[in-house]
Ligand binder design. Structure first.
Ligand code: PXG
Length: 302
């Protein structure tokens, strides 16, 4: 059975789910997106993801043509159409069809696209063994150019870094910001642990403020671990006792080697594994994961 994709209120078989070649999402990477996950039918931090989508859109002068509640119902409708309870959800809003030439004012009908599928960034055994990461030459976008806090459709910065990392034999690439401080990996935030303290780059270090990042910060605080959002150097990483990456797709993945230096004893850290377990059990927790029945009625389904 072919996957159903939501485009502007219609659920279409994936072969028919198409948008125009004149859409500025394609022509210029002009649009925003979100990556979410559902577990046992519950969508993790749905409200937070939609808030970030609206903030990204606001920053690029894009009006999302659907409100939060309608977007929520559309996501659940897509999951239902695909009979999916555990999935990776890609929500995309493009600028819409326009003329050749950048001017967004000449575009009409932003396209709202929802794909529910699966994603596996790393093989499961790497969650037990840990991964190696490497600092690459491509610097994270300057915040006064394209602020990395905007989750926009132009991911060339990240794609270049990822390719450089892979070409050099690393599993994941680490990007520094324009001042040489640690920013993030290509689709994951980074954390380190030293003593009873958890460190992660400051929100204005040139990072996407990840929703998994926020979740891990909350989990750590609840465990009595002191959390510091700071400007970090590669040296801070080299002397860390534990290190891990976070993201909706990656979840929490331990890092055991950074630029050729072994982290701690070369095995995934104890606290890292505890946080991973706690994070996984949160995914189906009704306090943070939404299900459609809990939304009020009143939406006409596509
Ligand atoms: N940094 C960047 C640059 C990201 O794109 C994260 C951090 C983690 O954020 P969350 O909110 O997920 O904890 C991301 C997340 C995909 C895909 O193919 C999306 C991301 C990463 C990797 C793949 O949809 N975005």
């Amino acid at each position: 059975m072919s996957l159903k994709v939501f485009i502007n209120g219609k659920l279409l078989p994936q072969e028919e789910a198409k948008i125009s070649v004149f859409d500025h999402g394609l022509l210029y990477g002009d649009g925003v997106f979100e990556g979410l996950r559902s577990h046992q039918g519950r969508v993790f931090k749905l409200t937070e993801h939609l808030e970030r989508l609206h903030e990204s859109a606001r920053a690029i002068f894009l009006k999302v043509p659907m409100g939060t509640k309608d977007l929520k119902h559309a996501i659940f409708a897509t999951l239902r159409a695909n009979n999916m309870k555990d999935s990776y959800i890609r929500l995309v809003v493009t600028r819409g069809v326009g003329k050749l030439g950048l001017e967004p004012g000449k575009c009409s009908n932003p396209q709202v696209i929802i794909i529910t599928d699966t994603i596996q960034l790393y093989p499961p055994k790497l969650y037990e063994k840990g991964i190696d990461i490497l600092t690459v030459a491509t610097v994270r976008n300057h915040p006064e150019s394209i602020n990395p806090r905007i989750k926009c459709l132009n991911y060339m910065n990240n794609i270049l870094a990822k390719t450089e990392g892979i070409n050099a034999g690393a599993t994941e690439a680490l990007m520094l910001n324009k001042d040489g401080f640690v920013a993030e990996c290509t689709g994951q935030n980074i954390f380190l642990i030293k003593g009873n303290e958890l460190y992660t780059p400051h929100g204005n270090s040139g990072i996407l403020k990840g929703i998994t990042r926020d979740t891990v910060i909350e989990l750590a605080k609840a465990k009595g671990i002191k959390v510091r959002e700071d400007f970090l150097t590669r040296y801070d990483l080299y002397i860390a006792e534990q290190c891990f990456l976070t993201g909706t797709a990656a979840q929490i993945i331990p890092v055991v080697k950074i630029d050729g230096r072994v982290v701690g004893d070369g095995k995934p850290g104890h606290t890292t594994l505890e946080l991973l377990e706690e994070y996984r059990s949160l995914l189906t927790n009704p306090e943070v994961s939404e299900v459609e029945e809990e939304l009020e009625a009143g939406y006409i389904r596509p």
